[in-house]
Design a binder for this molecule. Structure first.
Ligand SMILES: [Zn+2]
Length: 143
């Protein structure tokens, strides 16, 4: 499944589970509902790389071993970093709005996939390892 399809599916999934908020009509830039956060992240990603448009080809070009390395990277991200560190890493790499606090974990996952497809998994690896204790760090397979 292409990243764009995943994004569309995720948006529908969020909307279906949203109570109040922007379920029917957007409440604008100041809204902090999960759907608006999601749309903001998609916006940031689009501006950065137009990833949504080219995601299909690029996703298919990701080699298998990278998929495995990306799983390891995600494990370190989820288990080794606290929420603030997770947000810091993703905003530093430009796929997350600065100072976002009200998010679902699916949004971090989406942001990480955008980095992978955009060839930035090595940068993400670097930033994650920096925040782990030295004895837990793994050499970067993406560089
Ligand atoms: Zn909203």
């Amino acid at each position: 499944m292409s990243l764009k399809k995943r994004i569309d599916r995720l948006r529908v999934w969020i909307r279906d589970r949203l109570s109040g908020g922007c379920r029917m009509l957007s409440q604008g830039r100041e809204c902090t509902c999960v759907l608006c956060d999601f749309d903001r992240i998609c916006e940031v990603a689009k501006e950065a790389k137009e990833v949504a448009k080219e995601a299909k080809e690029e996703a298919q070009a990701v080699p298998f071993s990278q998929e495995r390395n990306f799983e390891i990277l995600q494990n370190c991200f989820w288990c080794g970093l606290n929420r603030k560190e997770q947000h810091d890493v993703l905003s530093k790499l430009g796929v997350f709005p600065v100072n976002t606090t009200n998010t679902a974990m699916t949004l971090e996952l989406l942001a990480m996939n955008i980095l992978l497809v955009g060839g930035k998994a090595g940068d993400l690896w670097h930033e994650v390892m920096l925040r782990l204790p030295e004895n837990k760090r793994i050499p970067n397979p993406f560089n």
